[in-house]
Design a protein around this ligand. Sequence first.
Ligand code: SAH
Length: 217
Amino acid sequence: MKKLIMDKDQLIQGWIKRKIITDKKIISAFQELNRENFILEEYKDQAYADYPLPILAGQTISQPTTIAIMTSLLEPKEKNKILEIGTGSGYQAAILGKIVGSGGKIISIEIIEELAEFAKANLKKENITNVEIIHGDGSVGYEKQSPYDRIIITAATPKITDELIGQLKDYGLLVAPVGYDIHSLVMTKIIKQKNTITKHEFGSFSFVPLRGIKGFE
Ligand code: SAH
């Protein structure tokens, strides 16, 4: 198979043309960050290839277009406090950190310690200081710093629990790939408005499974 290797600009221009991203702040975040700082040395030549890449401990950094779609659906705003579940390489957290700016904060939780450390080192290379990485089980969210303006789960989630929705602010948004069958996940966006929860679905995606008490095992 021919590898679809692009450069950063080609990738972003493609998203703009296909209207995957329209928000200028989101576009700038992708332009400013260097994805090569979040991947392993041996894959550096594929930093802007549009497919997931292996990181450590059998996990992956998501496909760039998937990250672009999820970021758009999340509608992150300046000064937001955002919880990410599944830090992986730290790239998605870094994108969100750029968008929320110095008045905002990203709390990103990762269950594999080696990856939490990998992400911290990657964020340092980009001088990002508004992202806090926590090593722990995020399948129950992270009550301690709740409520959040936004919650993003970057692993396959069997179910969006009431507990997680409870950690969202009023008018908060949550985005996650959801499905009891790991091979059939639907990108889901939850909007919380006072006592009403609205759910929107956006096509199927593949992800590594969420572990932990409310995860797959
Ligand atoms: N957002 C990442 C990619 C995530 S891959 C990036 O930008 O690179 C999914 C990650 O979720 C993996 O690193 C996996 O270890 C982590 N994970 C799985 N179950 C988890 C849980 N219960 N709590 C926190 N992290 C979890």
